[in-house]
Ligand binder design. Sequence first.
Ligand code: C2E
Ligand code: MG
Ligand code: MG
Length: 485
Amino acid sequence: MAKPLSREPDLKGFMREIDRVETSLRLRQAESSIADLERRLLSLSQQDALTGLPNQVLFADRLGQAILQAQRNDNMVGIMVLDIDRFKRVNDLVGHSGGDEMLQLVARRLEGILRQGDTLARMGGDRYMVLLPELKKDLDATKVGKNLLDAFRSPYKAGGRGLQLSPSIGISVHPQDGLDASSLLAHAEFAMYRAKERGGNRLECFTMTLNQSSLERQELEECLREALQNGELQMYYQPQFHMNGRLAGAEALIRWNHPILGFVPPTKFIPLAEENRLILPIGEWALRESCKQMARWQALTATPLLLAVNVSALQFANGDWDACVVRALVESGLKPHCLELELTESLVMRQGHEDVRPLHRLREIGTRIAIDDFGTGYSSLGYLQRLPITTLKLDQSFISALQVEGPEISSEHIVRAVIQLAHNLKLTVIAEGVETEGQRGMLELLGCDGLQGFLLGRPMPADVFETFLGSMAEMTFLEGARVLR
Ligand code: C2E
Ligand code: MG
Ligand code: MG
């Protein structure tokens, strides 16, 4: 007989079944939380922690896809590199947490401008990238770029204060500016650096000519890195005179003599050195070298000749640049009142109050502060009273337009007004770029205090300047200039 079916519940089996289900549930839960974790890790690895924007990994991925799609649909892809100008200053002013807040605010404002489908990413630091997939015309990218620029018109408020930020934006468009992601990125970056070179707060589109000059730039940059070590940099000295004809001192002007490129003008390599921060060691070297040289000449002539040294924006923005100046003075033995630091107007105007403290500290120990190329920068002159300035160097463009009987009477008016203003503020005025006797005579009539220019002496290497010093000992500049010619 068949065994009757047991009506008793199989409790053991039931419990086993529960265990099995529980285990599989736990397993599934574990699996799903692992998947969840993986998803979160993936998104973290593709997200910028500070702003929540895509990071460069995700950006590169989307760019690759956008290029493939554009090739299929015969579209264009635009990319932009946006770098905030002088962001270090922001951190100095509002602290790092304030700076972080600014970066978040920038992200939110930029996001608000872009369309759905565009990607805004942060590359770290103060650099953002924008991807514009499926563009119809390359001009569309420029339009978006202009809108992004406009997003910086009103100040950003963080860390308890409002700051005016500005970006440098570089644009490149696929396919004309690059077929693959890496060349597009590199070209947008080149364009961004060009925007910086031109003063920032602007947009630059990549062009092939820009590429050529960028290649040259890269080569130049590599050479410049070696220039200091190889002793290719040299200081030249251009004499400066009092109006009465006595030698006042010299302006130190840097020269780069490359074995193959020959003399590279400072107007070409100084902006480059500023961009890659090489100006910091170069500027320090120039300062130390010229201070030592001038101290030697002072001992030789027993005259407290003045040394004028140019200071670049980046040195100025470096918080402890006054310490660097003091080191150069102590090391050389040059007296602080025999050193004049030349800053440009735009440089001085760009700084917030905190950053001008080194300037005050240096002035307190007696160092003189000149505004170089005066008249070419800012129109607001309030800083002349706010900052401890001692000297104005009238830009050579005003001087070259100065003629006793020339038609450019306005230049004469400007020079006269500047000299009057300077004297009211108890500042000394030096004219740069004096090339003719007519200009010299005019400047004398107008009451200018000092002169510098080819008429009186070109920039010369130290040994030539030393010979010149010997010949100048008891001569006025006119006699000296005759000796030189
Ligand atoms: P800057 O400081 O305004 O220097 C005056 C420039 O005018 C010099 O050009 C000088 O050679 C030139 N110059 C002088 N007299 C005359 C003249 O009568 N006619 C004409 N046409 N030019 C005259 P340079 O040496 O080529 O320097 C150009 C600029 O490079 C300087 O302008 C300065 O801004 C920068 N620079 C030079 N040396 C240094 C340096 O050691 N550090 C920094 N940061 N910048 C420097
Ligand atoms: Mg100068
Ligand atoms: Mg100048």
